[in-house]
Design a binder for this molecule. Structure first.
Ligand code: UT7
Length: 336
């Protein structure tokens, strides 16, 4: 297989502010025990998840994203009018169109921006950050708001124990701008996909192939359907490969990685990726136990948490790695 492309002569583009939002309602493993045939022990051992957040029925993906975006702007000490471009990574848009990014633009009143969504499932936030980087590096725009937001509860079948224990809702956001600090900011990324196994993870109906109908609803085709074991095997290989490759090609050893910020699908997958690099668990940012798998929002919330709560220092390395439906996978390296 050909080697993926590499960022050459990186332009210094850094994160100016971050924010995240999580719904208040907590769905615990004990709650799920009352809904499907499962146990706290099974969920904890097989996934590492103890609880997840679930948005109120009236709250949409863009509502959560707007909260996260406002917090990121406040943290960056910026006004919405300074944003030139908004990218939202999501697979749970408010509706098929308009884009969730345009709804966020309205919600924060960023009139000078243009806005669009990125669909790369759980890898979406990394794809969106890479898009922001290339738009800023080409001098097309100055300030970009990047959001990963998901209302996974809206596509989760709470009668299916194979999937309903895994997912949660949330949103994370960052503002990216050029800096005058060479060698800092986003220094490299790897984006990969393989459509041959595109149907391992899907919502079968509601698109142009199977539009919504009484039979698609009756057959529960508007919910996530997943080949769990196949996805697991694929994820371990892809996560190990992208983690090791981006570290090696940037001459970084395990001890140079301050925070690994992985997609939070399964603790066993994260542990395998970290072990491939020889990284100690104390350098992995985990939120899976509290929030479950929030798809594109997992790395977005993770990055915002690390920035706001772990306060990285100049020279620290933050490494985002993710995989998801598509299949897609990738990594993105930030030097603080
Ligand atoms: O962001 C990407 C999204 N998806 C993923 O990353 C998912 C990747 N896959 C996984 O994380 C794992 O495959 C799962 C957590 C989904 C499942 O763990 P596993 O160790 O691969 O279990 P399994 O699929 O091999 O199933 C083992 C057993 C099965 O019973 P039988 O067939 O052996 O009798 C399942 O029916 O566990 C059963 N099972 C459950 N039991 C209790 C499946 N779900 C549950 C459950 N509670 N919630």
């Amino acid at each position: 297989m050909e080697l993926p492309p590499q960022v050459k002569n990186p332009v210094p583009i850094a994160i100016r502010g971050a924010g995240y939002y999580l719904p208040d309602r907590v769905l615990t493993n004990a709650d799920l025990e009352k809904m499907v045939e499962t146990s706290d022990e099974w969920i904890t051992e097989r996934t590492g998840i103890k609880e997840r957040r679930v948005a109120d029925p009236a709250m949409s993906t863009s509502d959560m994203a707007i909260c996260a975006a406002k917090r990121a702007l406040a943290n960056a000490n910026m006004q919405p009018g300074e944003i030139d471009m908004i990218i939202c990574a999501t697979i749970t848009p408010d509706m098929q169109f308009p884009s969730t990014a345009c709804l966020i633009q309205k919600g924060i009143d960023a009139r000078g921006a243009f806005a669009f969504d990125v669909s790369a499932a759980c890898t979406g936030f990394i794809y969106a950050l890479a898009n922001a980087y290339t738009f800023i590096a080409s001098d097309y725009v100055k300030n970009v708001l990047v959001i990963g937001a998901e209302k996974m509860s809206s596509i989760t079948d709470y009668t299916d124990r194979n999937t309903c224990v895994l997912f949660g809702d949330g949103a994370g956001a960052v503002v990216l701008s050029r800096t005058d600090n060479p060698g800092h900011g986003i220094v490299d990324f790897i984006l990969e996909s393989d459509g041959r196994n595109a149907l391992w993870l899907q919502v079968p109906a509601g698109g142009s192939r199977i539009p919504a109908s009484t039979s698609s609803i009756g057959e529960r085709m508007h919910y996530i359907s997943m080949e769990g074991r196949e996805v697991f095997k694929f994820a371990v290989t892809a996560m190990k490969r992208t983690t090791v490759r981006i570290a090696e090609r940037n001459n970084l050893k395990a001890e140079d990685i301050t925070w690994l910020i992985p997609h939070q699908a399964n603790k066993r997958i994260i542990d395998a990726a970290a072990a491939a690099l020889g990284l100690d668990a104390s350098h992995i940012h985990f939120n899976i136990q509290k929030y479950g798998n929030m798809s594109a929002a997992s790395t977005a919330v993770g990055l915002a948490e690390v920035i706001l709560e772990k306060k990285p220092k100049a020279g620290d390395h933050l490494l985002l790695v993710a995989f998801g439906a598509g299949m897609t996978w990738g990594s993105l390296l930030i030097r603080w």
